[in-house]
Write a protein that binds this ligand. Sequence first.
Ligand code: S3P
Length: 192
Amino acid sequence: MQKNVMSREDRIERIRERLDKPVVLIGMMGVGKTKIGRDLSRALNVPFVDSDDEIENAAAMTVPEIFERFGEDYFRSGEHRVMKRLIDGTPKVISTGGGAVMTEDTAEIVWGESISVWIEAGLDDILKRTMHNREKRPLLMKDNPEQILQDLITVRTPVYQKASIQVLNNFDQASDACIEDILNKLGQILEI
Ligand code: S3P
């Protein structure tokens, strides 16, 4: 008897139909959240939004300017307001700044009102991806960015592990592999 296997298009269509909340990408800076978020939103045919871009638009300043002029706490409260507005019960893909879920109030809405996806990568890959534009990442504009990244990974990993879905973005592979992994896991969660 022939096995009835759903085509990729049908599977994606079913995921899209059942998706009744945002998919929120979390994980360290430099793991590829924005690129994967854009590609995933295209695959699912839903809107894409990047929370750092939204914060910059709302503040009419860049993230490094906000950190420099007002400090990290101020940035985190703006980030919380933006996340609260973006997580609105509609299907979309949101990529977040690496520290977003380290603020308890923000984490609460991410865990409760979205499907969270932790994108993981190794320290070497993260270093490669962040060092060429370090000035865009105020937390790395200090001595020994490698140690800073390692310390952030150590502190943040137990929080990132609370995500509904975990995927590895292996930079030796094309990002398509990561998108397929997310789509498969979304399909499982949505019982397709
Ligand atoms: C941060 C990550 C940045 C940005 C800010 C703080 C963090 O976003 O939100 O510099 O705390 O890890 P990316 O993860 O997109 O680099």
